[in-house]
Design a protein around this ligand. Sequence first.
Ligand code: HH2
Length: 280
Amino acid sequence: MGLIMSPPTPASARPRVMGIVNVTPDSFSDGGRHATFEAALALARRLIAEGADILDVGGESTRPGAEPVPADVEAARVVPVIAAIRAESAIPLSVDTMKPQVARAAAAAGASMWNDVTALAHAADSLATAAELGCDVVLMHMRGDPRSMQHAPVYGDVAAEVAEALAARAQSAMAAGVARERIWLDPGVGFGKHRTRHNLPLIAHLDRLVALGFPVLLGVSRKSFIGALDPAGAGPRERLGGSIAAALAGAAAGVAALRVHDVRETVQALSVWRAIEAAR
Ligand code: HH2
């Protein structure tokens, strides 16, 4: 599997920046596929130049209400992009998929991390596949699935319940043979959580998740809770300020990596944050 990510030490280093590369075409024609490949590769090159530490390549949208994509279609989207980036860069690559077949193909093409929004619960062979591949795995918390997850989720203490559920998934992964040092946890901001009532306390209490002792990945970039807090209800592309504010809250809590669309701006914000911390 090649490159393995090891978490930075919170006191001395900033979180790693994971740049998002979506390969989700609207058109299934050959022309559309080719254009999508070229666009994804161009984006990957730009994010590397902007200072990304890792890239997360995904071929299926997980937005609320999104329709599932067959495994062969998803693999045909992400594998050529992963192989092309790997051919020209040593940057660690992650594949954002819930399907073991896609993770396996991505690993063969050069990915060293499997980012699974279902925490290896989507397929019967997810856990065994992760153990066999020996790659890093991101176990993300979600209630329900992308089609149903925003239907009135209910929590008592959301931060405690998410930490408990992820600790249990980590135990299951280790029982299936995934090495402890390969496991990352992600609170799944926006996945089966009320925009403000759940996402905000979850971010505010990230230290509880960090305290479990696994590296934590946080994805807040352009998410809808930011639009909910914006006086004008900003759309996804108008949420950079809020994305950075939430990313810095994660940095202060000791997360190991941030999944972001805007790499350059996030790297700059983290550099300033770390410099101020160092001057204390
Ligand atoms: N969020 C999205 C997708 N994958 N993976 C992890 N580990 N954590 C996240 O928070 C996370 C994720 C959101 O997906 P989507 O809405 O499809 O858009 P995008 O991939 O552009 O963020």
